[in-house]
Design a protein around this ligand. Structure first.
Ligand code: F0G
Length: 454
C-alpha cells in the first residue's frame, strides 16, 4: 500500500486535519504549526531500499537527485510532473574524519557534508521540494526570512522555476558569500533593520498580506524534503544506523525534520534501531538548550541572540516544539558551545581536509565538550568513545571566508558590528591553531629561507 499524505496540526489537543493542497503554514483553528502526516504502511521495505539504491546508477533526471530518488517517501509530488525543480541536489558524501574524532575523544567520527549541495548548504534538500510544491500550487512568487542559506537556496530554485523570490535578511548579519548568492540569482533582497527573529515575524505577515508562498521551515513541505538527508545517509550506511547523529540548531527546522524522518523510518520498518539526536547551539543563541536542560514547557527565548556563527544566530526558533519531540523520541540531547570552541573545532575539521562554515563546526565542538564531561548530557543522555557517531555539516566553508581568515590571522572578535568592514570589535578569540599567511619578497632564496629548505 502507498502512503497517503494530509496536513495535520501538531498541537495534541487540536490535531485538526487539512487537505494537502491547502496553502497553510499554521493551523487556522489554534495557530500552531502544521506537519505532513501519512496514512498507510510501506509493505515491501526491502524492495523500496533496493529501488533507492539502484537509482544511484540511473540517468533519469529525478533519480539523479539525492532527494527525488526517494520519491515514494514524498508521495505528495510525483517525480515526472512538469513542476519539478531539481538541480541534482543531495548526493553528499560521508567522510571519515580521524583527526576530528581524536579531538572529540571518539574512536571514529564520520561526517555527512551537506555543504556539497548546489548552493552550498543543506537547504537544497528542502528547497527542491518546497519550490516544486509552490509551482504545483500555482504560486508565482516565494519569500523567506533567512540568516543567508535559506535565501541563497530559495533564490536559486526560484530562478530555475521562473518564480519571483523575495528575501528578508537581517541587515549586516549574514555572511557575504550568502548575500552574494541571493543577488546573483536575482532575488529581491530586503535588508531588515533588526535580527533574524524580527525578520521571521515580519515575513509571515507580509507573505500572508501579499500572497507570497513562504518557504521557511515553517513550510511543512520543506521539512519533508529535508528528511531525505537521513534517507540518503541510511542508504549510504547500508541501513545500519549509527548510535548518534549530531546537528547544529538554529531555527530548528532541520533537527525537527531529521527527528520526523527517524520516527517514520522506525514506524514503517526501515530501521530497527533509532540513533540519538544531539543538537548543538552556540552559547549566545541557545534557546533550545535553555528550554531542554531546564525541562521547561515553554520556550526560553533569547532576545538579541549573539554568535559569530551567523547561520544560527536565532533566539526564537519557530520549530522548537518539533525539535523537543525529536529529542524525546530519539533519547537525544542538546548541548551549547562557546565561540572559541566553535572556531577551534572548525579548524580541526580543516585539518581533516574538511571545510565548513562556523555553524556546522558546532557539531564537533559539542561532541568534544560532551566527551570532556565524561560523555554525560541531560536527561540520562550519554555518549561513550566507542559509539558510532555521524556529524552533519550543514554549510560550505566558502560561505563565510572572512571568519576563517580572521581566525587564522588572530583578529576574530566575539563582538563586532559588521557593515562592509568589521567595526567596534571586542572580546578577541584566542585561536588554538594560528596559520598566518607570510609575506615574502619575490625572491627564490628568500622563499627557500622561510620554508627552511623544504
Ligand atoms: N547550519 C547552517 C549552515 C544554517 O544555515 C542553518 C540555518 C543551521 C545550521 C540551522 O538549521 O535553522 O534548521 O536549525 N539557517 C537558516 C537560514 C536559519 O536562514 O539559512 P535550522
Amino acid at each position: 500500500m502507498n502512503l497517503t499524505p494530509w496536513l495535520g496540526c501538531i498541537r495534541p489537543d487540536c490535531r485538526r486535519a487539512y487537505e494537502i493542497s491547502d496553502i497553510l503554514y499554521r493551523c487556522p483553528a489554534c495557530g500552531d504549526l502544521l506537519e505532513i502526516q501519512y496514512r498507510g504502511q510501506v509493505e515491501n521495505v526491502e524492495s523500496w531500499k533496493e529501488t533507492f539504491r539502484l537509482r544511484r546508477s540511473s540517468n533519469y533526471f529525478p533519480d539523479r537527485s539525492g532527494v527525488w530518488r526517494f520519491r515514494e517517501m514524498l508521495p505528495f509530488c510525483s517525480a515526472d510532473e512538469p513542476h519539478l525543480v531539481t538541480m541534482e541536489e543531495g548526493n553528499t558524501p560521508v567522510l571519515e574524519a580521524p583527526r576530528s574524532a581524536r579531538y572529540c575523544g571518539l574512536a571514529r567520527l564520520r561526517i555527512k557534508h551537506l555543504g556539497w549541495n548546489p548552493t552550498g548548504s543543506f537547504k537544497d534538500y528542502g528547497m527542491t521540494v518546497a519550490v516544486s510544491q509552490a509551482r504545483k500550487l500555482g504560486a508565482t512568487s516565494a519569500a523567506c526570512a533567512s540568516t543567508g542559506n535559506t535565501s541563497a537556496s530559495m533564490a536559486a530554485y526560484c530562478a530555475r522555476a521562473g518564480m519571483k523570490a523575495v528575501v528578508f535578511i537581517p541587515e549586516g548579519q549574514i555572511a557575504y558569500g550568502k548575500l552574494s548568492q541571493s543577488l546573483d540569482y536575482g532575488a529581491r533582497t530586503i535588508q531588515i533593520l533588526g535580527d533574524f527573529d524580527v525578520a521571521m515575524a515580519l515575513v509571515e505577515e507580509v507573505s500572508r498580506d501579499l500572497g507570497l508562498y513562504l518557504v521557511n521551515s515553517i513550510n511543512p513541505f520543506r521539512l519533508e524534503g529535508q528528511k531525505t538527508i537521513l534517507y540518503e545517509l541510511m542508504d549510504q550506511l547500508g541501513w545500519n544506523p549509527p548510535d548518534c547523529i549530531v546537528v547544529p540548531g538554529g531555527n530548528l527546522g532541520n533537527s525537527s525534520s531529521l527527528g520526523k524522518a527517524l520516527q517514520e523510518m522506525k514506524e514503517w520498518g526501515f530501521l530497527q534501531k533509532v540513533p540519538r539526536l544531539l543538537i548543538v547551539q552556540a552559547e549566545g543563541a541557545n534557546p533550545l538548550y535553555r528550554t531542554w536542560s531546564a525541562d521547561r514547557a515553554q520556550l526560553e527565548e533569547v532576545p538579541h541572540a549573539r554568535t559569530l556563527a551567523t547561520a544560527i544566530k536565532i533566539g526564537r526558533p519557530v520549530s522548537w516544539q518539533k525539535a523537543i519531540r525529536a529529542l524525546q523520541f530519539s533519547g537525544g540531547d542538546c548541548q551549547q558551545v562557546s565561540e572559541t570552541e566553535i572556531a577551534d573545532a572548525k579548524s580541526v575539521l580543516g585539518q581533516d581536509g574538511i571545510g565548513c562554515e562556523p555553524a556546522s563546526a558546532t557539531t564537533v565542538a559539542g561532541l568534544r565538550k560532551l566527551r570532556s564531561h565524561g560523555g554525560r548530557g541531560h536527561h540520562d543522555f550519554s555518549l561513550s568513545p566507542e559509539e558510532d557517531v555521524v556529524a552533519i555539516l550543514t554549510g560550505h566553508q566558502l560561505k563565510d571566508p572572512d571568519y576563517t581568515v580572521r581566525y587564522y590571522t588572530d583578529i576574530l572578535y566575539e563582538s563586532s558590528t559588521q557593515k562592509v568592514e568589521w567595526e567596534n570589535c571586542s572580546a578577541k578569540i584566542n585561536p588554538a591553531f594560528l596559520n598566518r599567511p607570510v609575506q615574502v619578497k619575490a625572491d627564490k632564496r628568500e622563499i627557500a629561507r622561510i620554508l627552511g629548505g623544504c
